[in-house]
Write a protein that binds this ligand. Structure first.
Ligand SMILES: Nc1ncnc2c1ncn2[C@@H]1O[C@H](COP(=O)(O)OP(=O)(O)OP(=O)(O)O)[C@@H](O)[C@H]1O
Ligand SMILES: [Mg+2]
Length: 243
């Protein structure tokens, strides 16, 4: 294990009955890294993300975060994780700020700190102006951004996001990408999935290519281009789908 390894995935497998969804994954993620998971539908990205976020148990193996096991020490780990699910998880009848108030309460925040954290989170995702509007009046991109704000309230060191930019317009996408970059600068580690390859290339320190439950390669964009002898990551993915 290297000095900066924050997350250690060790022989991780997940099966549903006879279906192997994740097959003995082993790799590490470093502190303050932006780490992307890229792969076709059904590759196992969300399954991996859910295990990392301690929401789902592996069939075999484990993930250590700062030496703590996601299977055995999930309570300790959760305090340090922010999770943005693939599906929007918000109360549509409440305003943005009331959604944040609700979740801040769940995280045990109160008083001045709670107010401050909510304002900070709103500012990271650029939703200050619309905070008092009901969420069912938000656009898809604004809902996504609010979901990210929720995940930031307790100041986690690790942010896990499953398709944070799916279906959002270019402005929301830019705000989300800027937020990811700013969080990295603060020393946070960000793990996310996306089907937008340009966005992955632009943001990620390293990308893991995942297909049919296996990691095919992990590397910087340059490394992946060299490994596969292809200019475009998209072509590498299309090769997987042809197999
Ligand atoms: N609860 C479950 N029971 C049975 N099979 C499941 C369950 N959850 C996921 N799967 C299967 O696991 C495989 C991987 O699914 P997963 O959601 O991890 O893929 P993904 O890479 O996130 O895909 P997408 O890009 O479409 O979001 C799929 O074949 C899926 O049908
Ligand atoms: Mg998914």
């Amino acid at each position: 294990m290297g000095m900066q390894d924050l997350i250690e995935v060790k022989g991780l497998s997940k099966k549903y009955g006879k279906l192997t969804v994740l097959d003995r994954l082993s790799f590490t993620i470093q502190k303050a890294e932006i780490f992307g998971l890229l792969g076709p539908n059904g590759a196992g990205k969300s399954t991996f993300i859910s295990i990392l976020a301690t929401l789902c148990r592996p069939t075999d193996g484990d993930i250590l975060i700062n030496g703590l096991s996601v299977t055995k020490q999930s309570d300790k780990i959760k305090k340090n994780l922010g999770f943005v699910p693939q599906e929007i998880a918000l109360y549509p009848m409440l305003s943005g700020i009331d959604n944040l108030n609700f979740w801040a309460g769940i995280y045990g925040l109160s008083g001045g700190i709670k107010k401050e954290r909510i304002q900070q989170a709103l500012s990271v995702v650029r939703l200050e102006d619309r905070a008092k509007d009901r969420v069912d009046n938000y656009s898809g991109g604004m809902k996504r951004r609010l979901n990210i704000a929720v995940a930031l309230l307790h100041h986690p060191d690790i942010l896990i996001m499953d398709e944070p930019t799916v279906g959002v317009d270019i402005q929301s996408r830019k705000y989300i990408m800027d937020a990811i970059k700013a969080l990295k600068k603060e020393g946070k580690t960000i793990i996310f999935t996306s089907h937008y390859i340009d966005e992955m290339e632009n943001l990620c320190d390293r990308i893991a290519l995942i297909d049919k439950g296996s990691i095919k390669s992990i590397g910087t964009v340059g490394e992946l281009q060299r490994i596969y002898g292809r200019e475009k990551i998209e072509e590498i993915l299309l090769d997987f789908l042809r197999d």
